[in-house]
Design a protein around this ligand. Structure first.
Ligand SMILES: CC(C)(COP(=O)(O)OP(=O)(O)OC[C@H]1O[C@@H](n2cnc3c(N)ncnc32)[C@H](O)[C@@H]1OP(=O)(O)O)[C@@H](O)C(=O)NCCC(=O)NCCS
Length: 151
């Protein structure tokens, strides 16, 4: 099994997450290790004998079949090889184990450096469901994406 350190190192290596986000990821992993699949579920992708990417998702509280994809990250040396898409596909399959339909929600940044991430969600069939301007910081919008999946 992959250690939390490997996951944290990979997340840092992407350069997409700041210190506070890495601290939160650490807490999320602790919660996952204590009670797997309670609030958070983890899917890993291993290639060439090492961690290539991971996704963390969980049920959205107070909804009937909604889920949040909290984290998805692929090691930079493995990016653009279909691993992110494989991880999202695995998340979509996992949530359907619980029911015959599910709505997935993801959020990301509207800055230019996240244009590739937004294209990644577009390409995977996620719809842009909303924007909150200057949400994270001035000039850094909150972009909401959603996708409904059925068995
Ligand atoms: C977003 C991320 C998970 C995508 O993983 P990936 O394995 O590189 O993506 P895939 O190879 O599965 O890409 C599937 C498709 O998405 C689109 N896509 C992915 N990355 C893209 C980019 N940087 N620019 C443009 N399109 C992109 C393409 O259509 C791609 O298909 P193609 O390569 O055949 O053109 C990865 O870039 C990553 O870890 N980024 C840093 C962490 C992060 O920002 N996570 C999201 C937080 S909200």
């Amino acid at each position: 099994m992959t250690s939390d350190i490997d996951i944290l190192v990979l997340a840092e290596a992407t350069g997409s997450f700041h210190g506070e986000e890495i601290e939160i990821l650490k807490e999320v992993l602790e919660s996952y290790r204590t009670k797997p699949d309670k609030d958070y579920s983890l899917i890993e992708s291993r290639k060439e004998g090492r961690l290539a990417g991971f996704a963390i998702f969980g049920r959205t509280p107070m909804t009937r079949f909604a889920w949040d994809v909290y984290w998805i990250a692929v090691d930079p040396s493995f990016q653009r090889r279909g691993i992110g898409r494989e991880l999202l596909d695995a998340v979509e399959k996992a949530v359907l184990a619980d029911g015959d339909r599910a709505v997935l929600r993801v959020e990301t940044s509207g800055t230019e450096s996240y244009a590739g991430v937004r294209r990644f969600y577009d390409a995977a069939g996620y719809e842009r469901a909303g924007t909150i301007r200057d949400f994270y910081a001035p000039g850094d919008d909150f972009c909401l994406y959603a996708k409904e999946v059925r068995r």
